[in-house]
Ligand binder design. Structure first.
Ligand code: GLN
Length: 538
């Protein structure tokens, strides 16, 4: 078999233990020791991808350069590793079945009965090994979504069992993440849920090699010994994952626990040098010791669930550290905007970000906030729907086109300043049919965005159906809102800005997907800087 080593991460006891962060932190440490590492997430749900899911269901939908609509954990992988992921890094049950059923229809199974074992499990195994076989990686970490014992994870667990057998000794290992709850009435940490979870895994033929125990309190030596003995793992393979104040502390916490060393030993890989975390630690130091702070409003309709805007929040953390400023994000529900909110809340902010989104709910509130930010010189960043609303606001209130709108909100609108692209008009299927992934953009000379990016040619990720309607471009530009970023092939408007305002930028793409610890996104860095300036000028 290939030289690539495989690490499988499973979860037990409960969901939300932070498997994605543990996988990303381990990958970071292995990468920092010089191993080319990538991470993949297998999701047991039946949607082909999360693109059709409401953010309330599963948090943000993350988008890769190759246009895959993926689980938000891929965002963590990229932010930690500073390496691009792709469609191959996220696979769902829906996608597995879709491809097996397509093969069946083509007659590829030669008259055989198509079954979960072996056909579905073979497809899963293939998907796991695609990344390894690419030759690009020394180590592939595969995170299995869900919790062991779930009906829907069974084929994945069976695929892991078979792969572990096929890979042979020292080529694969299983990390099992569990919860060690603290019972305050007894004043004790409890190991039994972990024991049961490891047993459930064993019933499926998988022995956990490493336990990562999520806990609110330090695990004592005795408790670690007990877990090792009853769960059949080495003493050094009981790893504590204690609650951290920031997810960015987790790689160092795992380093302290020796997770990377246990992994390398089990995979017969050399430790090489100590992990190079210089850049990482610099970032952490700046993140934890800000010299000032700003308050930025995040205006959206999914603000009740923080995961809906995950990448935006993380991009603010990166940009804050870069500016040595703490960014306090204040959630502003776009459905409840009135004069009171504008005067009591928005007026006090140092910057306003109007978030991406779909559908009509809350858009008039977004438009009101943008008007306020434009007229009162408050730094403004509009992302995707936020940019589209900025164009509508400008058309309505500056050009006086009172019924200006997007055909997404009003299909029959007489002045569609935001409209469906021609090639989108005949699309009937919703899944995977938006303008997705990385597209080039030319930046106008002398513009604010040119200064921000330090470049005239950029590439950014998209996820939308509607566009700035170029029929209105001349009129809008003449009135002062400039289109300073254009797609070189189609002329589609990707960036608008208002040169008469201190910092007013709308982008049709999603800069937040490309912000990483090592490369904070220039637009967020510039926006936070302007927010600080605004605060100091007040
Ligand atoms: N709903 C808008 C569109 O489809 C914007 C999408 C977004 O904000 N991601 O064009």
């Amino acid at each position: 078999m290939a030289d690539t080593k495989y690490i499988f991460v499973t979860g037990g006891v409960t969901s939300s233990l932070g498997k994605g962060i543990i996988a990303a932190s381990l990958a970071k440490l292995l990468q920092a020791r010089g191993y080319k590492t990538t991470i993949q997430k297998l999701d047991p749900y039946i949607n082909v991808d999360p693109g059709t899911l409401n953010p309330y269901e599963h948090g943000e939908c993350y988008v890769t350069d190759d246009g895959a609509e993926t689980d938000l954990d891929l965002g963590h992988y990229e932010r930690f590793l500073n390496v691009n992921t792709s469609q191959a890094n996220n696979v769902t049950t829906g996608r597995i079945y879709q491809s097996v059923i397509e093969k069946e229809r083509k007659g590829e199974f030669l008259g055989k009965t198509v079954q979960v074992v072996p056909h579905i499990t073979n497809e899963i195994k293939e998907r796991i090994q695609i990344l390894g076989k690419s030759g690009d990686y020394d180590i592939v970490i595969t995170e299995i979504g869900g919790t062991v014992g779930d009906i829907e994870s069974l084929p994945y667990i069976e695929a892991v069992r078979q792969l572990m057998w096929e890979l042979g000794d020292n080529n694969g290992l299983v990390i099992h993440l569990t919860l060690v709850p603290y019972l305050s009435a007894a004043g004790e940490l409890k190991t039994k849920p972990t024991q049961h979870s490891v047993k459930t895994l064993m019933e499926s033929g998988i022995k956990a090699d490493i336990l990562v125990c999520r806990t609110e309190h330090e695990l004592s030596d005795d408790l670690r010994e007990k877990l090792a003995l009853f769960c059949n793992v080495k003493r050094e393979a009981v790893i504590q994952s204690i609650d951290a104040s920031t997810i960015y502390d987790v790689p160092n916490l795992m380093l302290g626990e020796g997770l990377d060393k246990v992994v390398l030993k089990k995979l017969s890989l050399e430790e090489r040098s100590e992990p190079d975390l210089v850049r990482w630690d610099q970032f952490l130091d700046r993140h934890k010791n800000p010299k000032d702070e700003v308050h930025i409003g995040l205006v959206g309709k999914y603000v009740e669930l923080q995961d809906s805007y995950k990448s935006i929040l993380e991009a603010f953390i990166h940009a804050g550290a870069e500016n040595e400023v703490k960014v306090n994000v204040e959630y502003i529900h776009s459905e409840y905007i009135d004069t009171k909110v504008l005067q009591n809340k928005i007026a006090k902010l140092d910057g306003v970000l109007v978030a991406p989104g779909f559908g009509e709910r809350g858009i008039e509130g977004k438009i009101e906030v943008i008007k306020y930010a434009r007229e009162n010189d408050i730094p403004f960043l509009g992302i995707c729907l936020g940019m589209q609303m900025a164009v509508i606001e400008f058309a309505r209130n500056v050009l006086g086109i009172k019924d200006a709108n997007s055909t997404e909100m009003n299909a029959g609108c007489k002045n569609p300043v935001i409209d469906l692209m021609e090639e989108q008009k005949n699309i009937t299927q919703m899944g995977g049919t938006m303008r997705l992934g990385a597209w080039d953009c030319n930046i106008a000379e002398g513009s604010l965005v040119e200064k921000i990016y330090g470049s005239n040619a950029i590439s950014e990720r998209h996820r939308h159906r509607y566009e700035f309607n170029n029929k209105y471009k001349e009129q809008i530009e003449a009135a002062g809102l400039k289109a300073t970023g254009l797609n070189p092939d189609t002329g589609l408007v990707e960036v608008v800005e208002l040169p008469t305002h201190p910092w007013f930028v709308g982008v049709q793409y999603h800069p937040e997907y490309k912000s990483t610890v090592a490369n904070p996104h220039p637009l967020f860095v510039g926006f936070v800087k302007s927010a600080l300036q605004h605060k100091l000028n007040k």
